[in-house]
Design a protein around this ligand. Structure first.
Ligand SMILES: Nc1ncnc2c1ncn2[C@@H]1O[C@H](COP(=O)(O)OP(=O)(O)OP(=O)(O)O)[C@@H](O)[C@H]1O
Ligand SMILES: [Mg+2]
Length: 266
């Protein structure tokens, strides 16, 4: 499960009140003005796919994910998750954000336990929590508090908490944004390994083109707002992916950069 079908989906936000201009050049925002954010989006994500979404800041990436997860609704168009219309948020869609959402007064174990859904059997629950702590490679750190963990470990604990509830779709909205470069590289690898293990649909938003091309089964590239699909490509390159060793991957990388108007410093 975790199949997503989107057809001709549009989203506009209507201003509830007039806004002061932030700069002389900004157009005046009046009450009732409409801001078109998503324009005729056609996409299909297969069950278990790791989809990376790229696009300029403010184009509508988070908005699309919020709509798929049922936190917002489209203005028009079709959205089906596992063949059914989305009518609101469910525990089948879980978000992991850029900033840590761990509760600082709880240990890793207790934080992960918060994500468990309706398991009455204590033994089964304990096994399940341990299983996901192991998957994210935090075995031995169960009884530490978030402040005693590195940024990458905190992110992994959050991922374990998201996965332990067995969601159909895991949304990751720039989850590595605050991490240093090396930790980020390691986290990429860990997401790839974890995805191979759990085979769940992951929708991963990033601004990092290389990150997307190294990780994804499918890459979606959005235009400036209102977001249109500029590229939707399935990637069949085997893991681990290396731009230096695979000329086809390197060519694709150059094409994506070039589509975004970057022709130098590659
Ligand atoms: N609830 C809302 N009401 C009004 N406008 C909104 C609302 N949510 C988002 N927007 C507007 O929709 C546009 C797209 O926002 P969104 O957060 O989806 O962008 P994004 O692609 O995720 O950007 P970033 O890469 O910076 O996170 C922005 O112009 C934003 O101001
Ligand atoms: Mg966003």
């Amino acid at each position: 499960m975790g199949h997503v079908l989107i057809r001709q989906l549009c989203k506009s936000f209507v201003e509830r009140r007039a806004k002061r201009r932030t700069a002389d050049t900004d157009p005046l925002v009046r009450k009732g003005d409409s801001l078109s954010v998503l324009d005729n989006i056609d996409l299909e994500f297969q069950d278990g796919e790791l989809v990376c979404i790229l696009g300029p800041s403010g184009c509508g990436k988070t908005t699309l994910c919020r709509i798929i997860a049922g936190f917002d609704y489209p203005t028009s168009g079709v959205l089906l998750v596992d063949g059914k219309e989305v009518t609101g948020p469910t525990p089948d869609s879980i978000f992991v954000f850029q900033h840590s959402g761990l509760l600082p007064w709880m240990t890793v174990w207790e934080n992960v336990k918060l994500g468990v859904r309706s398991l009455n059997n204590k033994k089964e629950m304990t096994e399940r929590i341990q299983e996901y702590i192991d998957i994210v490679d935090l075995k031995g750190f169960e009884h530490l508090y978030p402040s005693q963990l590195s940024g990458g470990m905190q992110r992994r604990a959050e991922i374990a908490r998201a996965l332990v509830g067995n969601p159909e779709i895991l949304f990751m909205d720039e989850p590595f944004a605050g991490l240093d470069f090396l930790t980020r590289l390691r986290m990429r690898e860990e997401i790839i390994n974890m995805h191979e293990l759990i085979q769940r649909t992951i929708i991963f938003i990033t601004h990092d083109i290389d990150e997307a091309l190294v990780m994804a089964d499918r890459v979606v590239l959005f235009s400036d707002r209102p977001a249109r699909v500029k590229m939707d490509m399935k990637l069949d390159f085997p893991h681990p992916r290396d731009f230096h060793r695979d000329p086809n991957l390197e060519n694709l990388r150059r094409r994506v950069y070039s589509d975004l108007g970057v022709h130098y410093a590659l």
